[in-house]
Ligand binder design. Structure first.
Ligand code: KG4
Ligand code: ZN
Length: 343
């Protein structure tokens, strides 16, 4: 079954073709119009999707050496995300499917991130997923295929948001995660003792806004020369504080739930320090760890196509009247959950 996946939830316009576990092509066009604004401008994002998505889809077809007539089904991100951006990709996919009389399925973006780790393999269930992106930080338990229970979440900023905000404070540009990751390489992670929020607490929630404020205070206490001399130490110390909090929560939750596998999902899963730290910890514990390939950590359409694949095979289709939705959590997307529960 040759399946076209479309992703447009934020500032990446992406299309991919898969045939089962085989990736035939993947095209991601990252919108550069937001760079001058230091963050994604929703109105500009939807206009960019409208401008480039048809060409992105054609490029994915060309890369795979296929034509529209070869498609067996179409999937597009339904939510969560920016409303205008979602609408563009979702309706483009839906129209394409209906014009060609093909099955169409709207996909939860976070489920897509999870399936970035399962393009070729299947999850070992129950698995515990640490979802860490620009808008989400959650611990999600998958006990049965595509059935999700959110057992922990951030009380304030998402992990990726913390990276983006601290990068802004340091003038490292946007998006902040990759910039901090580069700057932190070679830095001393013990240079500054930033707080690990909620360290002594029960439960599996996270908090990152205090850490961001601690970085701000540490910068204000020093002059520009000190900052310039220690930027990589500051980044490494910040990154270590984020990694420690994420690793502690994920490992505790994996133990408490009896998970057979820990899975990373979302843009922050590209972070080298976090990957290395969890690899070492999981090896010690004998806990299998699924890390998404670097190319599929941040938004892409392979993950959307792959998440749709199993559902389409089971006969799932999106009803014709259904629309994209900016709020759509993983529990609402769980198999067996009535679609009308969405608001
Ligand atoms: O999953 P994603 O592409 O988009 C959302 O669904 O939000 O994640 C984007 C987030 C951004 O906040 C970005 O700074 C962060 O992922 N990110 C990273 C790295 N690469 C991207 N954070 C830390 N280290 C990285 N290498
Ligand atoms: Zn994403």
């Amino acid at each position: 079954m040759i399946l076209l996946g479309i992703e447009s939830s934020c500032d990446e316009s992406a299309a991919a073709l898969i045939d089962g576990a085989r990736v035939l092509s993947s095209v991601v066009s990252t919108q550069l119009v937001h760079r001058d604004w230091g963050g994604v401008v929703p109105e500009l994002a939807s206009r960019e999707h409208l401008r480039v998505l048809p060409a992105v889809i054609n490029a994915a077809l060309a890369e795979a050496g296929l034509e529209i007539g070869d498609l067996a089904a179409v999937a597009a991100t339904r939510g969560p995300g920016l409303p205008g951006s979602l609408l563009v990709g979702y309706h483009l996919g839906k129209c394409l499917a209906y014009a060609r009389d093909l099955p169409f399925l709207g996909v939860n973006h976070m489920e897509g991130h999870i399936y970035a780790s399962f393009v070729e393999e299947e999850p070992l269930l129950p698995c515990l997923v640490l979802v860490i992106s620009g808008g989400h930080t959650q611990l999600v338990l998958m006990e049965e295929p595509r059935r999700y229970r959110i057992i922990g979440r951030t009380l304030d900023d998402a992990a990726g948001e913390a990276f983006d905000k601290v990068a802004k404070l340091l003038g490292l540009g946007w998006p902040g995660g990759p910039a901090i990751g580069r700057a932190a390489a070679g830095g001393d992670p013990a240079f500054l003792a930033y707080p690990r929020a909620l360290a002594g607490r029960e439960g599996f929630d996270f908090s990152f806004s205090g850490l961001k404020t601690a970085v701000l205070h540490s910068l204000r206490a020093q002059d520009a020369a000190w900052r310039a001399a220690h930027v990589s130490d500051i980044c490494a110390s910040f990154e270590q504080a984020v990694c420690d909090q994420l690793a502690r929560g994920a490992l505790r939750a994996a133990e408490a739930t009896g998970a057979r596998q820990l899975v990373l999902a979302g843009g922050v899963a590209a972070n080298a320090r976090l990957r290395a730290q969890l690899e070492a910890a999981c090896a010690t514990l004998g806990l299998p760890l699924a890390l998404p390939p670097l190319a599929w950590c941040t938004d892409n359409a392979v993950m959307i196509a792959r998440a749709a694949h199993g559902r389409l095979l089971r006969g799932e289709r999106s009803p014709r009247h259904e629309d994209a939705t900016p709020r759509f959590d993983l529990e609402q997307a769980s198999t067996g959950t009535a679609r009308r529960e969405l608001t």
